[in-house]
Ligand binder design. Sequence first.
Ligand code: NAD
Length: 301
Amino acid sequence: MGPRILVTGALGQIGTELVGALEEKHGQGSVIATDVRDAPGCRILDVMDADGMLALVSEEKVTEIYHLAALLSATGERNPELCWKINVEGLENVISAARANGCRVFAPSSIAVFGPDCPSIAPQVTPLNPTTVYGKTKVVCEQLAMTSGVDMRGLRYPGLISYKAPAGGGTTDYAVEIFHAALSEGHYTCFVREDTRLPMMYMDDAIRATLELMEISSDTLGGARGGYNIAGCSFTAGELVDSIQRHLPEFTCTYEPDIRQKYADSWPNDIEDDVARAEWGWAPEFDLDGMVDAMFAGLQA
Ligand SMILES: NC(=O)c1ccc[n+]([C@@H]2O[C@H](COP(=O)([O-])OP(=O)(O)OC[C@H]3O[C@@H](n4cnc5c(N)ncnc54)[C@H](O)[C@@H]3O)[C@@H](O)[C@H]2O)c1
């Protein structure tokens, strides 16, 4: 028997692609996609509903939970209490249901765990002093992976770039929105400065990293299991514009930084992913130009 998989927050930017990848790997019917929003093929499950979560996991004999439901950085900072509730209490409900049913859990972390005291190229092990509530919830998430008694794993995803679903209210959303604006308007007004360099990753790399991490035997995963650093490509907003102009030479971008500049400035420029490479063979496939080419190919198809 293959795994029986529950995905929370399945209608978001990652879930939209992860559900299909899991079905491809484990078979149609192996995945129960859930979200607080309604959509065909997706069951309603609010991660704050502990009883509903426990009942679903028990009744469906779930063996693995991919817990994607969360409020992201920009949305979370506008509503910090709700961000803490959904991100921390929601995860606690997942852990309770997993513990009662012997499930393994994938719970993503983020580069938002790092704070201004982190070196500009973030090592795996460094003090985690985030300035955002969102980042703090992700630090708690990583700590629970080590102490919950459940087989929990996580990745510190960089900003994820994809074309199948809109970005979900994070600080790195400009790197997704810019493609849509480039194609429809020929112009984008970017909410961070031109020289803002952040760690980013094309969605295909992120999905592959997720599947690879969940394949590894628990014994071989060390102290980074709650949140492995994984690097994709790191670039400035200006470098992204240059790469887009290879496809659309007339494209223009202006810069009007807003509050999200502050969050971006508190995060590292790049990621050191030596531990993930050594422990489970992580290696990215998409650099900046490769990612931009794939985005244009996807959006124009
Ligand atoms: N996308 C990125 O760039 C990125 C980067 C780092 C980490 N992450 C993490 O990956 C995970 C998924 O991110 P995403 O980009 O897909 O987010 P998203 O915002 O696109 O999707 C989140 C989904 O969760 C759902 N949701 C919200 N509240 C819920 C609730 N109470 N119960 C059930 N569902 C609820 C939303 O309807 C949405 O479909 C999150 O933990 C996020 O912090 C994402």
